[in-house]
Design a protein around this ligand. Structure first.
Ligand SMILES: Cc1cc2nc3c(=O)[nH]c(=O)nc-3n(C[C@H](O)[C@H](O)[C@H](O)COP(=O)(O)OP(=O)(O)OC[C@H]3O[C@@H](n4cnc5c(N)ncnc54)[C@H](O)[C@@H]3O)c2cc1C
Length: 346
């Protein structure tokens, strides 16, 4: 098929570029930053949810494939590691704990202590989701981009797309900070920047930029064994000796954010034994692309030249979405799994 330009090397664009390249498509991946995953992907908690959670619109039809697509990626890309730890979720009051869904179990104090032996005071009950997992999102994006390159994709960093080049109603390619790139199809995977890149098409995409804060903390290896979500924080081990925590504060001065990150670290230390040496490595506020009615995946032009791929929970969904987009672009047949994700074409 003719050349495809993918804009953005976050988790979504990396996955799309990889899956297209391995199907033999001529792909150019353009990223404005100096490396893959310089947007919100780098600051993601990266919990791959197998059950529970909120899946608006078409996300409901996609997330059931997430674990199988991750398993496939691990087989295809030897450097990708999925940490299959399961998750434990509890609220302050057992009455507020949601009912376990399929693949989830309500467990009591002794089972919780067996899964998280360093908890000082295990709660009376929690929801255990054994199939839940996590990844290092930056490492995954790098692995996908490297594999795309190995399958023949051209990858250009420090290359910001300024505008689509459209002549007499036909897409010619993209204008970038470093020059023009011809394309028959452009896939916009630029996260919160997608609405701006679509302005000239009069495509009105309702995509909020929702802030969330992630802290990174050094910790003894194995201090936290599962993914723990409680009313004060969410925590998981992202790599040996390093934890990530979701901080419940997104706005304010740098001093206020620093204080919130330190407070979250303190909650961790009062929750887990052996955590006295944990130290804050840093924190960052990421702006999550959040389409108001669930994932937006599909053409925004009637001539099928401009395609968008924007969603929340993209760490969970990107391997599946990348596979389906490649299938759709290569075969020309719409993927039924994406039917509830379509933007309105102009
Ligand atoms: C604190 C936090 C916790 C989260 N937890 C989870 C979780 O547990 N599970 C989950 O599934 N998701 C989670 N998310 C959401 C998830 O991180 C995002 O859905 C995902 O990273 C979005 O990926 P993306 O590729 O669309 O966007 P991005 O990572 O932002 O990628 C877009 C890329 O496009 C590039 N770009 C933008 N404009 C241009 C341009 N004009 N030209 C060239 N390049 C451009 C950017 O530099 C960027 O690299 C969390 C997010 C945060 C912040």
């Amino acid at each position: 098929m003719p050349a495809v330009v993918v804009v953005g090397a976050g988790i979504v664009g990396s996955s799309v570029a990889y899956h297209l390249a391995r199907r033999g498509v001529s792909v150019t991946l353009l990223e404005q930053g100096p490396a893959p995953a310089t947007g919100v992907t780098a600051g993601s908690f990266a919990w791959i949810r197998s059950a529970g959670g909120h899946w608006p619109g078409g996300a409901q039809d996609l997330h059931e494939y997430a674990l199988a697509d991750y398993q496939r990626l691990e087989a295809e890309l030897p450097h990708v590691t999925v940490r299959r730890t399961g998750s434990l979720t509890w609220s302050g009051t057992p009455a507020q704990d949601s009912r376990p869904g399929p693949g989830q179990f309500r467990i009591g104090r002794s089972d919780i202590a067996a899964l998280e032996p360093n908890l000082r005071h295990p709660p009376d009950q929690a929801i255990h989701t054994p199939a839940d997992a996590g990844v290092d999102p930056t490492a995954l994006a790098h692995a996908l981009v490297a594999a795309a390159g190995a399958h023949g994709a051209t990858v250009l960093h420090d290359t910001a797309v300024i505008a689509l080049q459209v002549t007499n109603g036909r897409l010619q390619g993209v204008l970038t900070s470093t020059g023009f790139h011809a394309a028959a199809t452009v896939v916009l995977a630029a996260g919160t920047n997608v609405p701006k890149l679509c302005e000239q098409l009069s495509a009105d995409l309702a995509i909020a930029a929702s802030p969330a804060t992630l802290a990174r903390v050094t910790a003894p290896s194995g201090l936290v064994k599962t993914i723990v979500a409680n009313p004060d924080f969410e925590v998981r081990e992202v790599r040996d000796g390093e934890l990530v925590l979701v901080v419940p504060c997104v706005e304010g001065t740098a001093a206020a954010l620093e204080q919130a990150a330190q407070d979250t670290l303190q909650h961790l230390q009062t929750t887990f034994r052996e955590s006295d040496q944990c130290r804050l490595l840093g924190y960052r506020v990421g702006r999550r692309p959040m389409p108001s009615h669930g994932p937006l995946v599909g053409y925004v032009t009637h001539d099928q030249s401009v395609y968008v791929a924007v969603m929340h929970s993209a760490i969970t969904l990107a391997p599946t979405v990348g596979r389906l987009i490649a299938d759709e672009l290569v075969t020309g047949r719409p993927a039924p799994e994406l039917r509830r994700c379509r933007p309105r074409a102009h």
